[in-house]
Design a protein around this ligand. Structure first.
Ligand code: NAP
Length: 568
């Protein structure tokens, strides 16, 4: 009788349960209740980690008060033993006592590990299941292995939900986990995901493979497992409540990618243009792992970042002429028949912001650096008819790029002796702490300074240029424009550039604040003070006043070809 009613309850819950459960920890029950009170309105599905409490049994009166006040909330009680990766130092019997008390207190679900089930008597488990919904769980904190064998073990014990959590050490581990879910979720109530930074695919896409819910941290800093993203990110960035079988999967692949701003920017674009798609950060430690994943998930498109921009070319069925010329691909499209096509949108990321401000035909442009970004700049600018000079720390690299792109090599010693229409910093100098500059003040003889570095938003080089009244272009514009072009290639729709720029600016501000620095002015504000056409990034449709301003700011190029190069 009891057993039947619990099964019935869990069937109801399957459809009632939200997709995101927020785990809460604290040594003091008052602290857990306080956090729960502040979160429950937006997060009606919570997990109380009773194993973090100094004395779990003593905490129940406070927890009961919360449960009585919030009948709308579904709350899991978990008291994981230390031997199984939790904090509870007691025996399996002591754990059962806590969970039984939790059931009597009003928790709807309890989580109990397979290892505890193996110690307890079968009847003890049946008794527990008669009182409360039971999640029987297994956690592998190192690998994703033997999923089927573990599941067979789990099935030996009565439970309402079977929860299997592993650790992804490759992207393909996510595929294994989702195949496992697909094989069993029609028959059993399953919760499964991979922990670790590489487990993000399973955290977001696991729900469409059959996991009834997943876990999201209350805030950054309150994670209870490696790789856990916040509940807010799951809902707002990855739109987990809407992920379904038709959702297209995109991502940024590289090593590392954990701090990439591409997911927040591209997911915003998909949401704004109502494209049923999700964009994930894929930490690929090898191209082989990446390709195995691309084929099996299946992924429709990828942004390719360091260190795979060159390596990826060998795997492409075809690519555009510019990608072949540059020898680097940052955008991948997977066609219906599985073939991979490559594009390079870094070129657009550099050319578009420059073209919005000056005519490139005949313009004199210095590129500092000779790596991947410099290659995109050199070939892109030459195609537009610019006169391109390349200076670099290692002269041989600059000479080689100059030769290949039909540009001119410039000795560093000569940089200060010339004037330019634009100088582009294509080195990482200035990134992070913002205290270094690739050029000295006296070398900044230019009308436009484009720093491809975008974090921090205002580098030392940008500050130096502003102090000399040079018009500046931030690396954020390149970042947004290369992403906008990717969005257009993938969806065939115009990219919502203003929204993309806005969220990236906000993310950079948060980053700066977290690093204890004053946030740099967002591009919109910078654009107010900036007489150049930078306003265009803040709004795709510039105002009439903005257009006039931008037109007035379109200067003549330095030295020669003055009339020919002014944009009319
Ligand atoms: P890369 O291929 O590694 O090339 C780096 C270049 O910078 C090389 O020419 C290198 O000179 C030079 N360099 C490195 N450290 C230096 C130092 N301490 N002093 C002087 N020169 C130095 O990198 P990449 O892909 O071209 O990217 C370069 C930078 O562009 C990135 O760090 C990033 O900030 C920026 N970027 C921005 C975007 C965007 O969307 N805004 C996109 C791509 C890149 P050697 O030849 O002597 O090694």
């Amino acid at each position: 009788m009891h057993a039947t009613s619990t099964v019935y309850a869990s069937r109801i819950q399957r459809f009632r349960l939200p997709r995101v459960c927020v785990p809460l920890v604290g040594e003091d029950p008052a602290r857990i209740v306080e956090r729960a009170e502040s979160l429950v309105r937006d997060n009606p599905f919570l997990e109380f980690r009773l194993d973090y409490l100094t004395n779990p049994l003593a905490g129940f009166p406070k927890l009961k008060h919360f449960l009585d006040l919030h009948p709308e909330a579904t709350v899991i009680a978990t008291c994981r033993r230390a031997v199984n990766g939790g904090k509870f130092k007691g025996s399996a019997t002591a754990q059962l006592e806590v969970l039984t008390k939790a059931a009597a207190t009003g928790f709807q679900l309890v989580d109990i590990e397979l290892q505890t089930a193996e110690i307890l008597k079968q009847q003890q488990l049946i008794d527990l299941k008669d009182r409360v919904g039971v999640i029987l769980s297994f956690h592998d904190f190192k690998t994703t292995k033997k999923l089927e064998e573990t599941f067979t073990e789990l099935q030996r014990y009565p439970a309402d939900f079977y929860k299997l959590v592993s650790t992804a050490t490759t992207l393909y581990d996510n595929v294994q986990m989702m195949k496992f879910l697909q094989a069993h979720s029609a028959q059993y109530e399953m919760v499964a995901l991979c922990m670790g930074e590489q487990g993000i695919i399973s955290r977001v896409l696991g729900v469409r493979a059959g996991s009834i819910f997943t876990f999201g941290a209350a805030t950054r800093g309150e994670e209870t497992a490696p790789g856990q993203v916040t509940a807010r990110e799951l809902r707002d960035t990855y739109r987990i409540e809407m992920v379904d079988a038709a959702t297209q999967v995109y991502g940024v692949a590289g090593d590392p990618v954990a701090h990439s701003l591409s997911p927040v920017m591209m997911n915003t674009a998909f949401r704004r243009e109502t494209v049923n798609a999700v964009y994930l950060a894929l930490h690929a430690k090898t191209p082989k792992d990446l390709f195995a994943c691309v084929n099996d998930i299946p992924i429709r498109g990828l942004s390719i970042t360091m260190p795979y921009k060159q390596e990826i070319i060998a795997a492409l069925s075809n690519s555009d002429a510019l990608t072949r010329q540059i020898g680097a691909c940052n955008t991948l499209v997977r066609s219906q028949d599985g073939k991979l096509y490559g594009f390079n949108t870094d070129v657009a990321g550099i050319i578009v912001p420059l073209e919005q401000r000056l005519t490139l035909q005949g313009a004199k442009v210095l590129i500092v650096g000779a790596g991947g970004a410099a290659r995109a700049a050199a070939f892109g600018l030459k195609n537009k008819g610019a006169e391109v000079f390349i200076a670099n720390r290692t002269p041989e690299n600059a000479q080689a790029l100059a030769r290949q792109s039909k540009s001119k090599y410039m000795k560093r010693a000569d940089v200060g002796k010339s004037t330019f229409d634009a100088i582009i910093n294509a080195t990482p100098v200035g990134m992070g702490n913002g205290k270094q500059s690739p050029l000295e003040d006296k070398e900044l003889n230019t009308r436009y300074l484009f720093d491809l570095v975008y974090s921090p938003a205002e580098t030392k080089l940008i500050k130096m240029a502003k102090a000399k009244n040079i018009q500046v272009i931030s690396g954020l514009e390149m970042f947004v424009q290369q992403g906008a072009r990717q969005f257009e290639i993938w969806t065939g729709k115009p990219a919502p550039v203003a929204e993309m720029a806005f969220v990236v600016t906000k993310a950079l501000e948060r980053l700066a604040a977290a690093n204890g620095k004053e946030p740099s002015p967002p591009p919109q504000e910078a654009a107010e003070a900036d007489e150049s056409g930078a306003t265009r990034i803040a709004s795709q449709k510039p105002t009439v006043a903005g257009k006039k301003k931008a037109k007035a700011a379109t200067h003549k190029p330095a030295k020669k070809a003055v009339r020919k190069t002014v944009k009319r």
